[in-house]
Design a protein around this ligand. Sequence first.
Ligand SMILES: Cc1cc2nc3c(=O)[nH]c(=O)nc-3n(C[C@H](O)[C@H](O)[C@H](O)COP(=O)(O)OP(=O)(O)OC[C@H]3O[C@@H](n4cnc5c(N)ncnc54)[C@H](O)[C@@H]3O)c2cc1C
Length: 712
Amino acid sequence: MKRGSQGRILLLLLIALAIGAFFVFDLGAYLTLANLKARQAELGAYVAANPLAAVVAFFLLYVAVTALSLPGAAILTLAAGAIFGLWEGTLIVSFASTIGASLAFLSSRYLLRDWVKARFGGRVEAIDRGIAKDGAFYLLSLRLIPAFPFFLINLAMGLTAMRLVTFAWVSQVGMLPGTIVYVNAGTQLAAVESLSDILSPALLGSFVLLGLFPLLAKAAVGWWKRRRAYRGWRRPRRFDRNLIVIGAGAGGLVTALIGATVKARVTLIEKGEMGGDCLNTGCVPSKALIRSARAAHEIRTAAAYGIAPAEPDVRFGELIERIHRIIAEIAPADSVERYTSLGVDVRKGHARLVDPWTVEIDGGERLTARAIVIAAGGEPALPPIPGLAESGYLTSDSMWERLRGRETVPARVAIIGGGPIGTEMAQAFARLGSKVTQIEHGPRLLPKEDEDASALVEAVLREEGVDIRTGHEAVRVEGKTLIVSSDTEAAIPFDEIIVAVGRKSRLTGYGLEDLGIETGRTIVVNEWLETRYPNIYAIGDVAGPYQFTHFAAHQAWFAAVNGLFGQLKRFRADYRVLPWVTFTDPEVAHVGHNALSAKEAGIAFEVVRYDLSHLDRALAEGANRGFVKLLVAPGKDRLLGATIVADRAGELLAELVLAMKHGLGLNKLLGTIHAYPTLTEANKYAAGEWKKAHKPERLLAWVERYHAWRRG
Ligand SMILES: Cc1cc2nc3c(=O)[nH]c(=O)nc-3n(C[C@H](O)[C@H](O)[C@H](O)COP(=O)(O)OP(=O)(O)OC[C@H]3O[C@@H](n4cnc5c(N)ncnc54)[C@H](O)[C@@H]3O)c2cc1C
């Protein structure tokens, strides 16, 4: 048995023994008002004869009763007044009750917190976040209202992440008024007929008001802070618009659309191409490139399907034109015309925040709105590598235009970065025939994925000829040669070098600095996506914490609704069931927790894995490398997350996203008919693996006996 569990069992036994003794020996009979009254004179005489011993004994008794959550603390508090007087009694009870409460808090934490975290991981995280922010206020309110059982507060708070010091001092302060009332009543013990005499309805009412005070004070502080944010700014008396949206990428477009749909007057301002990064330089062109690369790969590996293979004749110029054609085909959906027809006032130009309600376009026209949503996106981060600036490097922003007109695939491509964009590009260019070298300073590609997922992708890329240099730092560029180092330096000659080391939020040049809007790596927003000005929101790549099109669109709903209806009700953005996909072949699709993030968050999980090697459809497709890996709450039919590495993993994931979002367990998945032969059967088989691992062995043994008996 582990030492931790031994300690827990020992503590539990001690507590059980002490509580057992209390009831077996009927010690509670001593802690009654009648007994206290009957023995008041006797106790008083003892205290007079042994003042120090009496204080110590009383103190320890009080600590024990409160630490063990035994009934009788109220009687003891009265006793403190009766035998020590108001001031000494208050002093003793105040410290003894705080120490006792803290011991109960610590025991509850030691005995139960891990278990509660393992069972209710996600909810505990949310509660802990709330406690970190406002826990002291809540505790103070609970302590001030004596109607809340003292011992329950101790035990419940122990299950949260509240710091002991906070718990102790807030408890001491919060319990003080009640303590004084009870100790004072104890000084006139003869007049007290029952405990309910002490708290008359009027006094109880006053305590409730006192208890509500911290919460009211908190609300007032919040209101004052919100007002203070606007100090120095003059709010317009009326507004031209309900909502102004800066940036017409995924986030901005969806925000504007929601606003217009609910009949608000919305202006959307875009300085570049409508559709933002995803359409023009991100998802769409990269996925179109990947599709061409797949075609080339299939020609090269056609022998696996009984067809004569060939080295594909890649017409790079046509390939790049296809990419631009696809962008052009999608563009009307994001166009000025479409959004205008949907009721959005679209303006082309550079938006700049002038004050918390006013936005200026191209230094000219000024528009005002009650709410502003910043969806200004991001751009590729550039590492400070000497010589890079002169190298003619490409990024995802520049490459689609810069490669236009090039008729042949670049022979040698160096890619700096082992994240999703770098890895997608590395495989695509290798499949198109480039000799690709990919540099990653960390120990592996796709570091946010579990190791087994990134190892499989890495293995496939290496087999396809990508020279992957993990643990390597890009040191400098000399002409058309990249110098990298791990233990020693190495030279990598290239024709094109692609920088894909991540994306940074766009934070300058449009007024954030002038308004003092807080920024770190992104614009700082709270759970309602508000910046320091509660009417200015930020979403998408500019706000993070994730950088995906669907994430920006998801946040857009919260920003639009909070911006337009926040006076009535605000909604906290919720990212618990967020899927994402890296479009390598095989794809890596991910939702919720993987083992890496669950471990980091301290969430207990069990892993179920189904390998695609024997999946009929995957075999027929020649795509049977990969797996479905599910994270499940131990002992429960609750999905914590999933990672799929497979051909079309992004499509396979949708079913699991739905299951997670709507709390459907693996039994439900298993009970759902999946068409044969499809790749989605892999999800069902993974659920089957879970079921097999939890089959009721004992029951089955009885069933076996039953069958034997039936056979006669
Ligand atoms: C190569 C690549 C591949 C990607 N693949 C995927 C993928 O497969 N799946 C996925 O989900 N995500 C993918 N992404 C990420 C995705 O593109 C972004 O997360 C998404 O575009 C973010 O949307 P956004 O609205 O926050 O910002 P953006 O799309 O960047 O839009 C911001 C807009 O604001 C405008 N703007 C900025 N400042 C101003 C101003 N002052 N005035 C007026 N307009 C302004 C910009 O011109 C821009 O059009 C990829 C990204 C890249 C680079």
